[in-house]
Design a protein around this ligand. Sequence first.
Ligand code: GLN
Length: 211
Amino acid sequence: MEEPAAIVGVLALQGDVLEHEAALREVGAVVRRVRRPSDLAGIEGLVLPGGESTTLSKLLDSSGLFAPIAEAVAEGLPAFGTCAGLILLAAKVEDGRPDQRSFAALDCTVRRNGYGPQRFSFEGVAEPVDAVLGVETGPLPAVFIRAPLVTEVWGDAEVLAREGVGGAPVVLRQRHVLGATFHPELTSDRRVHRLFMDTVRAAAGRSPRAR
Ligand code: GLN
């Protein structure tokens, strides 16, 4: 019998929700929008899209989602944050608002808008460092939009890709938590979303790459 598709939530308070939904469907997920705590029931993974991390932090508080998401991720719910979503997952945030909160699920420091005004928005490449994202398949196209700069990585976080050869980390993973400083949902290379789905399926005890 065919396995039912994995259900992945997309935080839908603000940001590029539609693009993530489309990318997730391409890699075999059933997508559910998460706007209130009850939407978390039954999801097997959660995507935190790009947007504005200061605003997202406020909306997470006012919607009552901050605490249940923090708890679910700490208990092993696979999470994938892009750009502002990665900022929400980082242990330390520089140049944030004083009241900005994060889930501290990735052992890294990020500096908001850290590429500076010269590189406000740019297209670059993410070079996989090993086989996890497919170093043999070559670089991933990477769209950076007021992207955070990862300035420090420690503890259990691994760097999966860098901006260009030897550049700053742009894809990080810590067990079931994945983060990208760029927007893989805006290009057609699905390696990062596919990797996330592998994590979702493994955490849910599903067979790998079932469609
Ligand atoms: N600069 C934004 C922030 O601090 C992130 C931008 C993005 O998600 N594209 O939240």
